[in-house]
Design a protein around this ligand. Sequence first.
Ligand SMILES: Cc1cc2nc3c(=O)[nH]c(=O)nc-3n(C[C@H](O)[C@H](O)[C@H](O)COP(=O)(O)OP(=O)(O)OC[C@H]3O[C@@H](n4cnc5c(N)ncnc54)[C@H](O)[C@@H]3O)c2cc1C
Length: 327
Amino acid sequence: MDVTVAGAGVIGLMSAHALAHRGHTVRIVAREVGDETTSGRAAASFKPSTLPRLGPYPQLLLDSRQELDRWARSGFASAMGITEVEHIEVSDRPLEPRDYLGVMREVQHLGAREGDHLPGGYAHAVAYRTYFFDVPVTLPALTDHVNTTHAVPTERAAIERLEDLLTGSDQQVLVNATGLGARRLEADAAVIPVRGQTVLVANHEATRASVNADGYYAYPRSDGIVLGGTAEHGVWDTEPQRDTIARIIATNARILPQLRDVQPIESRAGLRPYRRGGVRLELERDGPAPIVHAYGHGGSGWTLGPGTARRVAAMVDGLGPAGSVPR
Ligand SMILES: Cc1cc2nc3c(=O)[nH]c(=O)nc-3n(C[C@H](O)[C@H](O)[C@H](O)COP(=O)(O)OP(=O)(O)OC[C@H]3O[C@@H](n4cnc5c(N)ncnc54)[C@H](O)[C@@H]3O)c2cc1C
């Protein structure tokens, strides 16, 4: 099939990778690329957050985990800067049940036993192994892999209507991976921004601990430690706020005391494409060409991206003559 993917964030790129890998002819059209996208402003760990747990969510989470395991076995994950890390979530309050612990490895509930020394003196914790996407490495590597290895061209353009992408090919399929852009392109008012701000600081002590503490987090990555986080629903502003920088550093200093006097290297804000009702992942066949919609991943696009891409590719495969698509 001739596939045009609208969007060059993690969902568009991973979908383009899966589609090209299966033998489809793919091109990408996007207004923003690389670190201009929300995907480039993410932290980003394999752990769902800021997302209604509805629609295709449970299957996407499982599919993503399986896909990441496959990428790890083949060496593709490490080539993309995706590694497995030890992660701990801590809280002063007893932790609510987490619906995603079933896909994490080596899960341990801590805090109830004497001798559990938790970071920051927190009383409750759950530790596990999960994947971490080193975004400044992963996003360029994935872009390069798609553009160079799979020879998928990326055209920079603002799309006014998805139908404008039609080329006249009777084999054409569109993939709508426009994230927050779908609010206007699909007139989907359920899509709203959830603003998130992060702060990057130097990792002088070579900290390896990846920690979440009641909504705040510290993730070591190749260029320092990325600290978060905020979640402001309905806020469109991407200017980082000075007082938020101070609050993020101060709160994380409870877990990492070396942060107390740290100078931020940079702070960035991104708009998570949150969708009331959950991720939209479906095939629409009413128009002049089939459209696979894949948007609304909120704070979980990196987590659910590999599974989403697999489902997008399966939907496109299903449109071709049986057996025509090389595996
Ligand atoms: C601070 C922060 C921390 C985060 N941490 C995590 C985390 O730890 N784990 C996790 O899983 N997720 C995390 N996320 C969420 C994750 O980044 C998003 O879910 C993900 O980036 C969404 O990807 P996307 O491809 O759907 O959208 P985007 O990355 O926004 O890409 C959308 C693409 O569509 C294009 N587009 C849109 N409209 C148009 C148009 N009209 N014309 C042309 N092109 C258009 C854009 O230019 C862009 O290329 C975080 C997000 C933020 C902001």
